[in-house]
Write a protein that binds this ligand. Structure first.
Ligand code: FUB
Length: 306
C-alpha cells in the first residue's frame, strides 16, 4: 500500500494532463468513458471525438488512455489502440469497456466491420492497462447477423464486460435491444447463446456492476439520453427498475457512462458537451462521485464542473 502511495505521489508530480474540474480533459474531445481501478490507479479509456466544429457525424479513429491515483491529476498515456488494431475493422472507434483477468487486460470495443455490414465488437489484449494492445482473436467476437426484425446497422455496439465472483464472465451490449452472452474463461469466445434483456426505454450504453452483493444494470434511456438503472440478485436478473440517476445533457444527446469503485469510493464517468465548441460530436468525459442510499438505491447524481 505504501509503495502504491509513493508511486502515486511520483506520478502526480509527473502528470502530463492536470485536471481542474469537469470536463476532465480540456485539450481534446473525449467520449464514451470506460474505467478500471487497478493497483491503486484508475485507468480511463475514451474515444477521441475529432469531428469539426460544425461536423454532422462522429469522427472517431482511436481510443486514448489516461490514469490517475487521486481522480484529480490525470496522466496521459497516449493512444495505445485504434481502429487499425483490428485488421478486419474499417472505422469508428466507438464505445468500449475493459476488465482484467489472470494478469491480462481485455478491451472490448465497437468498430465498423470492413466486410460485414454494420458495427461489430472486437477484443484486444495487453499485459498492461496502458497498453500496447493487440487484437486478441483476429476477428470480431460479435458481428451484426441481421437476423432479428429489430436489427439495425448499429445495434451491436457499446460492450460492457463483467466478471462475476464465481469467475463467470459476461458481455453485454446493444442499441434498442439489450443483449448479453456468457464468455469462456479465455475471454475471447462466446459461450452459449445470445440472450436479450428487457429494460424500460433502452437506447444503448449498458453497464453492469456489483455493490455489496447487489447487481446493478444501468443504461442510457430515451434520446436525448439519461442514465437509468435496475437492480437484481444475479448478473442476469431478474431486474427491478429503480429510476434515473443522471439527467440529459444540454446539447449532446448521448451520455455514455461507466461506474467503478476506487479506494473505497464509487464514481460514475460520463460525457457532456461542456468544453467550448463542444456538442453532439465533440464531447468531453467527466466524473462525479456516486453515493448509495442505505437501502442500496443510488442517489440522483447532478452533473457538476468540480
Ligand atoms: O460514440 C459513439 C456512440 O455514441 C456510442 O457508441 C454511444 O454510446 C454514444 O455515446
Amino acid at each position: 500500500f505504501k509503495k502504491s502511495l509513493l508511486a502515486c505521489a511520483i506520478s502526480m508530480a509527473a502528470a502530463a494532463a492536470a485536471h481542474a474540474g469537469n470536463p476532465l480533459f480540456k485539450d481534446k474531445f473525449t467520449a464514451d468513458p470506460a474505467a478500471l481501478s487497478d493497483n491503486g490507479r484508475v485507468y480511463l479509456y475514451v474515444g477521441r471525438d475529432e469531428a469539426e466544429e460544425n461536423g454532422k457525424d462522429y469522427l472517431m479513429k482511436e481510443w486514448l488512455v489516461y490514469s490517475s491515483c487521486d481522480m484529480k491529476n490525470w496522466k496521459a498515456h497516449g493512444s495505445p489502440l485504434n481502429v487499425q488494431t483490428f485488421a478486419w475493422a474499417k472505422k469508428d472507434a466507438w464505445a468500449a469497456d475493459i476488465t482484467k483477468r489472470d494478469g491480462k487486460y481485455y478491451f472490448y470495443s465497437t468498430v465498423a466491420h470492413a466486410t460485414i455490414p454494420g458495427k461489430a465488437i472486437g477484443v484486444a489484449v495487453s499485459d498492461s492497462p496502458a497498453g500496447p494492445f493487440k487484437d486478441a482473436r483476429g476477428s470480431a467476437i460479435i458481428t451484426n447477423d441481421m437476423t432479428r426484425e429489430t436489427d439495425i446497422g448499429w445495434d451491436d455496439i457499446d460492450p460492457a464486460v463483467f466478471i462475476d465472483d464465481d469467475g463467470q464472465a459476461y458481455l453485454y451490449w446493444g442499441n434498442q435491444v439489450m443483449k448479453y452472452v456468457k464468455l469462456k474463461r479465455n475471454m475471447i469466445e462466446a459461450d452459449g447463446p445470445i440472450h436479450t434483456v428487457a429494460v424500460p426505454h433502452f437506447t444503448e450504453a449498458t453497464y453492469l456492476h456489483k455493490h455489496k452483493g447487489t447487481y446493478y444494470l444501468s443504461w442510457s434511456r430515451e434520446f436525448p439520453e439519461e442514465t437509468a438503472y435496475s437492480t437484481g440478485p444475479s448478473a442476469t436478473g431478474p431486474w427491478t427498475y429503480r429510476g434515473v440517476i443522471m439527467k440529459k445533457n444540454a446539447v449532446v444527446k448521448t451520455i455514455h457512462h461507466a461506474i467503478i469503485e476506487h479506494n473505497g469510493k464509487s464514481y460514475i464517468f460520463y460525457h457532456n458537451d461542456k468544453l467550448p465548441t463542444g456538442g453532439e460530436f465533440r464531447r468531453s468525459a467527466a466524473v462525479e462521485e456516486l453515493h448509495y442510499n442505505p437501502d442500496g438505491t443510488i442517489r440522483f447524481i447532478p452533473q457538476t464542473d468540480e
